[in-house]
Design a protein around this ligand. Structure first.
Ligand code: HEM
Length: 479
């Protein structure tokens, strides 16, 4: 590839206007893997008008996410973030710069810190107990459980209580609105790639995004106004949820906050609430359903994990958060689950802020960068010929952590744009998964063999199972 005398990375030839858009297909991460085998770990595509660089090896990822992290720390401006995510006024979709840095700092210090997340321990346990109780009832009646649906529900309930202080409100359908918003986040929007089409709204997405955003805003306005009222009545709650925390920051932000050099307003609060919900829901539930699917497919690993749980927790009680640090095998099982089924197979797109030359290739300013961690996690050169198999033991005795210090494994991304919610995400995943494995044995319905379980993915911003995981539970605990 050459453009204006520059040496672009290799890649497939594109068509006029659409470029390579037509080749992505239903499973872009798999298509891109095949292409990278032909064109190499730094590959150039043109998606509509957007120059796109696909990164597919740990060495290449190092150059983009570590060595030149600052150049690639921007996010592309997409319609979704403009219309649904409050004009990108939170963290995930926000352009790199002072504003992003301040909001991210607010989230890490005030909302996602270890001490804050630990303050919700009691609430999380209540929700997990309800989950185990409802599955226990299904076990007694030998009923099939839709585990994917249950995972989404328990994570939703925990998240809404953490953010709003409650998860049920008869007056509005918060869950429905959020599900619409999440769905829109995953839809491929032509207008983001071919700006000429923007005015026509051929897919009807602009209209739907505006409608969803309006519905969400109305609900949030009601909740926030009520909470302001509560605060002025000195209403006391068991823990301080996110909205309350941010309202008190807003109230006090006239006194310049030491750590935060900007003042938070109502729109910031709404945008951050949206970001936190969107970032928590599908990520945690997808990590749990995939890992559990692999455990069901691999009875040896399931048994070994159950044995660890029996010896650390005992057979008379549920798993508590204080048990989690002692569960070493659980840790490597989750790593292996996320290696094979990363929640964000291409991370969130990064965007370059300047022209730069990497490995002799010209990477133009405003290129979109997709890091294919799905491919990196399955590369036999990095993981041996067993790369496609589920073998948690490969992580035992290695110093590969969740943080992406070793770029063969970076389920939470790495660098400036790496996930700030890792601690929370991992607590949700560990706690719920441990419970399901400790409290129940699982068998597939209708005598289905474990190797017949459908493992098809549904590609979007996150990548859950295409079909729900259905299984029949049997109780294990002696209570
Ligand atoms: C198992 C759970 C989770 C996984 C696997 C995960 C993974 C990721 C990944 C891969 C990215 C993109 C990194 C990049 O583009 O380089 C990301 C970004 C992000 N995550 Fe998570 N995440 C999880 C849970 C959470 C939770 C619970 C929160 C917070 C409530 C959260 C908040 C965010 C935010 C705000 C960003 C954007 C960061 C930025 O652009 O500066 N995530 N996450």
């Amino acid at each position: 590839h050459r453009k204006n005398g520059h040496n672009l990375p290799p890649g497939p030839r594109g068509l006029p206007i659409i470029g390579n858009l037509h080749i992505l297909g239903t499973f872009p991460h798999r298509t891109l893997e095949k292409l990278s085998q032909k064109y190499g770990p730094i590959m150039y595509l043109r998606l509509g008008c957007v120059p796109t660089i696909v990164v597919s090896s740990p060495q290449a990822a190092e150059l983009f996410l570590k060595t030149h992290d600052t150049i690639f720390a921007n996010r592309p401006k997409v319609q979704y973030s403009q219309y649904v995510a409050y004009g990108a006024k939170a963290v995930g979709f926000t352009a790199y710069g002072t504003y992003w840095r301040n909001v991210r700092k607010l989230c890490t210090l005030e909302l996602l810190s270890t001490s804050k997340i630990d303050s919700f321990v009691g609430m999380r346990m209540e929700e997990v107990e309800l989950l185990v109780k409802s599955i226990g009832e299904a076990a007694v009646n030998r009923q099939v459980v839709d585990l994917s649906g249950k995972m989404v529900n328990v994570i939703e309930d925990i998240t809404y209580r953490m953010i709003f202080g409650r998860n049920k409100d008869e007056r509005f359908d918060l869950k429905g609105v959020i599900q619409d918003a999440m769905h829109l986040a995953g839809v491929f929007n032509l207008s983001d790639y071919i700006p000429l089409l923007r005015g026509f709204d051929l897919q009807g997405l602009t209209r739907r995004m505006k409608a969803t955003s309006k519905a969400f805003d109305k609900i949030l306005e009601t909740i926030i106004s009520e909470r302001e009222q509560d605060a002025s009545n000195n209403h006391q709650r068991k823990y301080q949820d996110f909205v309350e925390t941010m309202l008190s920051l807003m109230k006090n932000s006239s006194k310049t906050h030491d750590e935060l050099s900007f003042t938070i307003d109502r729109t910031n609060i709404k945008a951050i609430v949206f970001d936190m919900i969107a970032a928590t829901l599908d990520t945690s539930s997808s990590a749990i359903e995939w890992t559990l699917s692999e455990l069901i497919r691999h009875p040896r690993v399931m048994k070994k994990l159950q044995q660890e749980l029996e010896s650390v927790v005992g057979v008379h009680k549920m798993v508590e958060e204080t048990d989690l640090p002692k569960l070493e095998y659980l840790d490597v099982v989750i790593k292996e689950g996320l290696r094979l089924h990363p929640v964000g197979p291409l991370l969130i797109p990064h965007e370059s802020m300047e022209d730069i030359v990497i490995n002799g290739y010209h990477i133009p300013k405003k290129s979109r960068v997709l890091v294919n961690i799905w491919t990196i996690g399955r590369d036999p050169r990095a993981w041996s010929e067993t790369a496609n198999e589920f073998i948690p033991e490969r992580f035992i005795g290695s110093n590969i952590d969740f943080r992406g210090h070793d770029l063969r494994f970076m389920p939470f991304g790495v660098g400036r744009r790496g996930c700030p919610g890792m601690y929370l995400g991992l607590i949700n995943v560990r706690l719920v998964l441990a419970q399901l494995v400790h409290c129940f044995d699982w068998e597939l319905p209708n005598g289905m063999l474990v190797n017949e379980l459908d493992m098809t993915e549904k590609f979007g911003l996150t990548m859950p199972r295409a079909k729900p995981l259905l299984a029949i539970p049997t109780c294990r605990l002696h209570t």
